[in-house]
Design a protein around this ligand. Structure first.
Ligand SMILES: [Zn+2]
Length: 112
């Protein structure tokens, strides 16, 4: 991985972070006398909150990747220690595992 590659990945991570930070949403369900309408607003709010949770988890992953980027270990699979591969990192700079390990992790049943 060259210095230019790192720079490109850093920019892409920073852009992602800016994008995540710029999304402002209203987290209130405005009261409405119509019960069904209000219920649907509350439901929408739940959807928005879980979306925001996913976004903030993603933001945390992006920040962690930015920190790892300064480390020579960035781009090394945490599972097998092989290179994750530049193409994969450019497409998904937060990747912590190589394609093979990622597939294996996803196939593995989650520990409760
Ligand atoms: Zn691996």
């Amino acid at each position: 991985m060259t210095a230019d590659d790192r720079l490109e990945i850093r920019r892409s991570l920073e852009e992602q972070l800016e994008d995540l930070a710029s999304r402002e949403v209203s987290l209130t369900a405005e009261f409405c006398p119509d019960e069904n309408e209000y219920a649907s607003r509350v439901y929408d709010l739940h959807v928005t909150v879980s979306l925001r949770e996913r976004e903030s988890r993603q933001a945390a992953r992006v920040q962690a990747a930015l920190r790892r980027l300064a480390d020579p270990q960035y781009g090394v699979c945490r599972e097998c220690g092989e290179d994750i591969g530049l193409a994969r990192l450019k497409a998904n700079p937060v990747a912590e595992f190589c394609v093979a390990c990622q597939a294996e992790l996803e196939a593995r049943p989650r520990a409760a």
